[in-house]
Design a protein around this ligand. Structure first.
Ligand SMILES: C[S@@+](CC[C@H](N)C(=O)[O-])C[C@H]1O[C@@H](n2cnc3c(N)ncnc32)[C@H](O)[C@@H]1O
Length: 254
């Protein structure tokens, strides 16, 4: 029998409040595989995040804004929500001394309680895949003003290699999360137009080889650079998108 959303939310709360995830194993691989793509991600996000300048911004989640927005743009007001008290507190701590107004709420993203058309931009990093995408996006659509913007960075689960890796390493994920697959894109398309930027396929394969050769050091080597350059090329070819590990979505309310 499938779990109810209340049960899933309780599990999510428990995992994040009690810091139950164990990502020790994946971190050295990430340092190799994402060495160059983190720069590309940063450049891309630095550009798209400019739309938040002087705007009412909602983050689904509570602290990705400190990477994307803090010291780069000044929104009119930033509102953050999280289902976990611990995660919310991390966001509150990051907000000490910022020059713009902030507000933090313990809230379920699947059931936003803000009035209609209250925000210009909704952002989120690695959060949609912890939620009921259809429910959440209809709330996001509702709380956005006309022509409102969405910016999300999410992991993908269409490549069979990643599916196998995830099955073998359940300690790195909450039990009910589901990195995005093509049917999720169809759901998003119902309510938003968007551009997508796919990242990390060859860089993961070359990063894996590079980790075996160099160990947990020398991340900026030619192998990782080569994998990254292949990714930049292949991310322009639509049928290759299913192989990638992450996507940035930059879109507009329909
Ligand atoms: C992979 S972490 C990403 C953290 C995120 N970037 C942030 O800044 O908060 C997933 C986050 O989703 C939150 N979460 C899970 N289910 C949620 C829900 N139903 N409503 C709101 N937040 C939720 C977790 O507490 C956790 O903070």
């Amino acid at each position: 029998m499938s779990k109810s959303r209340e049960e899933i939310n309780k599990t999510e709360q428990d995992y994040w409040n009690n810091k139950k995830l164990d990502r020790k194993k994946i971190k050295p691989l990430r340092r190799h595989a994402f060495h160059f793509s983190y720069n590309r991600e940063r450049k891309l996000l630095n550009e798209v995040i400019q739309v938040t300048e002087g705007k009412e911004v909602l983050e689904l989640g509570s602290y990705v804004w400190s990477d994307w927005i803090k010291n780069k743009v000044v929104p009119k007001k930033l509102t953050c929500i999280n289902i976990s008290e611990t995660e919310l507190q991390t966001g509150i701590d990051h907000a000490k001394g910022v020059s713009f107004e902030t507000e933090f709420h313990l809230m379920d993203a699947n059931n936003l309680t803000f009035p209609d058309e209250s925000f210009d931009v909704v952002i989120g990093g690695a959060i949609l895949h912890h939620l009921d995408i259809e429910k959440t996006l209809s709330h996001v659509h509702r709380v956005l003003k006309p022509n409102g913007i969405i910016i999300f960075l999410e992991p993908l689960n269409m490549n069979p290699l990643y599916k196998i890796y995830r099955k073998l390493n359940p300690q790195e994920r909450t039990p009910d999360e589901h990195a995005l697959v093509s049917s999720d894109f169809k759901i998003i398309k119902k309510k938003f137009t968007f551009d997508h930027y796919f990242m990390d396929f060859f860089s993961v394969i070359f990063g894996f080889i590079s980790l075996k050769i160099y160990g947990d050091k020398n991340y900026g080597n030619w192998l990782n650079k080569f994998g990254f350059n292949l990714d930049v090329l292949c991310s322009k070819i639509p049928f290759m998108h299913v192989f990638f590990a992450r996507v940035v979505l930059f879109g507009k309310k329909k």
